[in-house]
Design a protein around this ligand. Structure first.
Ligand code: PLP
Length: 417
């Protein structure tokens, strides 16, 4: 459920007509609903209320500090994957004791920054990373709290680019090797083993791969206990899918029920790292139609709707061939036409949708690219020297710009002739 609905024939975000915001901030822009963000966070986090848990929002999915700050106020933590994300999380007043650091390539400096911030836990992804964390912690005279990210070799049945828990993926340590690493870590002077983690992929639409991974992690925790290693935190990662088109992902409370049922015998705090499921349907990308045109001469006439948003603003269609529903901001009733909705970038891969049925639209009208809250702005770039777009947050009948649109000076700010 989200708060983007037609009211009096016009798409609105909560109580604000989208066109009003467009008139004020220009296009394109990302638009988020705080009511949807709050609702999704609380529905997810609340689903685990029966057990000790921390919901660490995956910062990479949507990194704006206003949004992170909102989750922090609701008790949320952060799952980070870089020094930059650590900086954002701290700046957004997220409690460092609720920050989890994931990722395969943590630099020495990033490790140092996270140790100084006293984050909750590092999810270690290789033997060399463990050595590096031990060295940095020793140099700083502190102890580093760690979990290993286990690669459970489970097929999440999602897009190949976003499956992460298969043996062939770059993430984590295979279960077989992890035991040796835990024993090695146990003997390190500046390492505190506190957890086990896994994250098997993104946009999962079934519960079974999560449970399969959880079974493997539970068995592993038993093995660790036999070696005298006590685990306080079980981090199950993120990955719960959302409805972009006709998917039917489990609801957070169904997912939570299945997970909680598996944990009854364990005395642990569960950590969750949801991203997409919280923000995906809480944001849209609003774009203005620049031109419509028909290219003839092929087998059939090809209709194009050329908009002012492009693959640098929202890369999911190009990168993953992802489906985003696209709606006219002014509700239409005419017969739909088969069109490609494309951006201005000089790449054939620059499309928002291909062979899509869309009611007849005109130059100057607005389109909403739905379900763009996750991996939307946070993956955007300046390709083709396009300033990155504004981000706007609606709260009830008001809205505010939470990231200004970049200008041309921003494009060359760090360059020298
Ligand atoms: C990307 C990522 C997440 C979030 O994934 P979603 O599919 O957005 O929920 C969580 N944990 C880790 C380690 C990740 O890399």
């Amino acid at each position: 459920m989200n708060h983007f609905k037609y009211k009096n024939g016009e798409l609105s975000c909560e109580d604000v007509p989208v066109s009003r915001i467009a008139a004020e901030v220009g296009t394109p822009f990302y638009l988020y609903s705080s009511a949807t963000l709050n609702r999704h966070f609380q529905a997810f986090d609340g689903a685990f209320d029966d057990i000790a848990h921390i919901t660490c929002f995956a910062v990479k999915s949507c990194s704006n500090v206003a949004i992170l700050n909102g989750f922090g106020k609701m008790g949320g933590g952060a799952d980070i994957v870089s020094g930059g994300e650590l900086f954002r999380a701290l700046h957004s007043k997220i409690d460092p004791k609720k920050i989890i650091y994931s990722g395969v390539g943590k630099s020495e400096l990033e490790i140092e920054e996270a140790l100084r911030a006293e984050i909750l836990m590092f999810n270690v992804e290789s033997p060399q990373e463990l050595d590096r964390i031990q060295n940095v912690a020793e140099r700083l005279g502190v102890r580093a709290p760690v979990a290993f990210r286990i690669n459970p070799d489970v097929d999440p049945q999602t897009h190949a680019y976003i499956s992460t828990g298969l043996a062939k993926n770059k993430f984590g340590v295979p279960v077989k090797e992890a035991l040796v690493e835990y024993l090695r870590a146990q003997d390190m002077a500046n390492i505190d083993i506190i957890g086990v983690s896994c994250h098997i992929g993104s946009q999962l639409t079934k519960i079974s791969p999560f449970i399969e991974a959880l079974h493997k992690v539970k068995l592993f925790i038993q093995q660790l206990e036999q070696k005298g290693i006590v685990i306080k935190y079980l981090d199950l990662g993120g990955g719960l899918g959302i409805n972009y088109n006709d998917e039917e992902p489990p609801l957070p409370h169904e997912y939570a029920r299945a997970v909680i049922d598996e944990l009854t015998s364990l005395d642990i705090t569960l950590i969750l790292e949801p991203g997409r499921v919280i923000v995906g349907n809480a944001g849209i990308l609003v774009t203005e139609i620049q031109y419509t045109k028909v290219n003839t001469g092929g087998e059939t006439d090809k209709h194009f709707v050329i908009v002012d948003a492009a693959m640098n603003d929202l890369s999911r269609p190009s990168l993953y061939d992802a489906f985003h529903s696209i709606k006219p901001v002014l509700e239409k009733s005419g017969t739909p036409l088969l069109v490609d909705i494309v951006g201005p970038i000089c790449e054939t891969g620059d499309f928002m949708a291909r062979d899509r049925l869309l009611e007849e639209v005109k130059q100057g009208e607005l389109l909403a690219i739905m379900s763009s809250g996750a991996y939307g702005f946070s993956m955007s770039s300046n390709y083709n020297s396009r300033p990155r777009v504004a981000e706007v947050l609606v709260e009830g009948s008001g809205f505010r710009v939470i990231r200004e649109r970049e200008n041309y000076e921003d494009l060359i700010r760090h360059e020298n002739i």
